[in-house]
Ligand binder design. Structure first.
Ligand code: PRP
Length: 195
C-alpha cells in the first residue's frame, strides 16, 4: 500500500498500522517467552477476536506452546452492562497446574476478562497472565490486570486484526475506524443479529 492510498474503502482512519502491530507482536512474544522460560506455556485464546493475535504470537514463541480456545458471550447486548456472561464454547483441555496466558484482541469494560480469569483460577491454574493487543482503559467497569498490552486505544469503535463490525473486518492487518456510513448500513445476508 502506497502513501496516501486508502487502506480499505470502508475505513475512515488507520490508527495502528500493520507494520506497527507486527513489530509490537514480536516484542510481546519476546516478553512472554522470557517470563515463561522453563514453563509449559499454554495459550487460552478468546474467540473470536483473539484468534488473529494468537496466530501471530504462537509463531513467534519458542516451542513447545499449546493452545486452546474458549468463546464467551454476554446474555444479550441489552444486558451486557449487567456483566452476566456465559460460556458458548468451553476449553477442551484442563488448565489445572498450568502456566496460562489468555490471548484477547481487546479489553474494554473488563467484564469478559474478569469472568474468564475467575473461571481459570477456580480451575486451578498455576500461573495466569493476560495478553491483549488493545487496551481501552477509559471503558473499564471492573478491574482487569493485563500484563502484556500491545497498544492503548482511545474511546472509539475500532475494527481490524481480530476486531469486527457485524462479523466483518477481522482480517484487516491494521486497526482502524470505520466510515460512519458503513456503520449505518444493514448487515450482509446470513449474519444474524448478536444474541
Ligand atoms: C470482545 C473482545 C473481548 C471483549 C472485550 O469480544 O474480543 O473478548 O469483547 O470486551 P469487555 O472488556 O467489555 O468484556 P466480543 O464479545 O465482541 O466477541 P468477538 O471476539 O467474537 O467479537
Amino acid at each position: 500500500m502506497g502513501i496516501g492510498e486508502p487502506a480499505h474503502p470502508d475505513v475512515a482512519e488507520v490508527l495502528i498500522s500493520a507494520e506497527r502491530i507486527q513489530a509490537r507482536v514480536k516484542e510481546l512474544a519476546a516478553e512472554i517467552a522470557r517470563d515463561a522460560a522453563g514453563q509449559d506455556l499454554h495459550l487460552v485464546v478468546v474467540l473470536r477476536g483473539g484468534v488473529i493475535l494468537a496466530a501471530d504470537l504462537v509463531r513467534e514463541l519458542p516451542p513447545p506452546v499449546s493452545m486452546d480456545f474458549i468463546a464467551i458471550s454476554s446474555y444479550g447486548s441489552e444486558t451486557r452492562s449487567s456483566g452476566v456472561v456465559r460460556i458458548v464454547k468451553d476449553l477442551e483441555d484442563t488448565v489445572e497446574g498450568r502456566y496460562v496466558v489468555v490471548v484477547e484482541d481487546i479489553v474494554d469494560t473488563g467484564l469478559t476478562l474478569n469472568y474468564l480469569t475467575n473461571l481459570l483460577r477456580d480451575r486451578g491454574v498455576a500461573a495466569l497472565e493476560v495478553c491483549a493487543l488493545l487496551d481501552k482503559p477509559t471503558a473499564r467497569r471492573v478491574p482487569a490486570e493485563v500484563r502484556y498490552v500491545g497498544f492503548t486505544v482511545p474511546e472509539a469503535f475500532v475494527v481490524g486484526y481480530g476486531l469486527d463490525y457485524k462479523q466483518r473486518y477481522r482480517g484487516l492487518p491494521f486497526v482502524g475506524t470505520l466510515r460512519p456510513e458503513v456503520q449505518e448500513s444493514p448487515a450482509p445476508p446470513g449474519v444474524p443479529p448478536r444474541l
